[in-house]
Ligand binder design. Structure first.
Ligand code: BEZ
Ligand code: FE
Length: 292
């Protein structure tokens, strides 16, 4: 293969992959090469722009470790994560919509019973959360495993703080519980607040250069698993948040926006006496039956 020119190079790269034994890999890489080459032709990419992009991706790699996933942030802020989530979670309109998992889910969060306080010392006004998990025909889903996680009043997740030596104490405002026989779940937590995604790295610089902000509207993450149903990863958003229409990761869906009702100090839903204002939030989830 010689004398390849700017008109023949795309075909030459595709031909070089002809011995690939995986149909799927060849399909994906063929499309990727075609789109990359079309992009470079379309914008007439200069050498210095190409080098800038290489250095940018190198920085994305350098800042990435077990606690910081800059590639996921890049995918999220370019809308790729929500695109992949949406096209892989098509379901009837009655089902709860899926959203991105985000980088702050932690496996192995503590188990709680319904009614427990999952805050474990996280700062914020009390918030009492309740709802039902049901199937498409309205049937209650008992014993569904619900993972829930959220940020505190300063907009930080527990994993963003330097942790205390006791590993259990590091889990704050996150936990796992199960639905009751009628599909009900309820727990106490704290009021979630809007927060900026980590923006002290290359993705933050990209957002800045594009005139974009890094904020996400206040939300509460859920991951619901039950036998016989497709897993649901989603979050519910706080109505009235000023970032609902400019979420940095494009995750907001109208069906997921809910009123977080403010109450003056007084008796809370669990019967305890609150000496601060507190919030209540109710959201019902509908799961899609798994395909046979
Ligand atoms: C989150 O909601 O936890 C999140 C999602 C995408 C990027 C950053 C944070
Ligand atoms: Fe979040």
């Amino acid at each position: 293969m010689r004398n390849i020119n700017e008109d023949t190079i795309t075909q030459a790269v595709l031909a070089a992959m002809s011995d690939c034994t995986s149909d799927r890999l060849r399909t994906v890489m063929t499309s990727l090469v075609q789109h990359l080459h079309s992009f470079a032709r379309d914008v007439k990419l200069t050498e210095s722009e190409w080098l800038y992009a290489i250095n940018f991706l190198t920085d994305v790699g350098h800042i990435t470790d077990e606690k910081r996933q800059e590639f996921v942030l890049l995918s999220d802020t370019l809308g790729l994560s929500m695109l992949v989530t949406t096209q892989n979670n098509r379901k009837p309109a009655e089902c709860t919509e899926a959203t991105v998992l985000g980088p702050f889910f932690v496996a192995g969060a503590p188990e709680f019973s319904n009614g427990d306080d999952i805050a474990n010392g996280a700062a914020g006004l009390p918030c009492f959360v309740t709802g039902h998990v049901r199937g498409l025909s309205g049937e209650p889903v008992a014993n569904a495993v619900i993972e829930v996680w959220q940020s505190d009043e300063d907009g930080f997740y527990d994993v963003q703080y330097d942790g205390p030596p006791d590993a259990q104490a590091q889990f704050q405002a996150r936990g796992r519980l199960r639905t009751l026989p009628d599909g009900l779940f309820h727990f106490r937590s704290i009021l979630a607040e809007a927060y900026p995604i980590p923006h002290d790295g290359p993705v933050g610089r990209m957002l800045d250069a594009l005139g974009r902000h890094p904020w996400r509207p206040a939300h509460l993450h859920f991951w619901i698993d039950a036998p016989g149903y497709e897993p649901l990863i989603t979050h519910v958003f706080r109505n009235g948040d000023k970032y609902l229409d400019s979420d940095a990761v494009f995750g907001v869906r109208s069906t997921l926006i809910v009123d977080w009702v403010e109450h003056p100090p007084g008796v809370a839903p669990d019967g305890s006496q609150m000496d601060t204002p507190f919030y209540t939030l109710e959201y019902n989830f509908v799961l899609n039956p798994s395909k046979l």
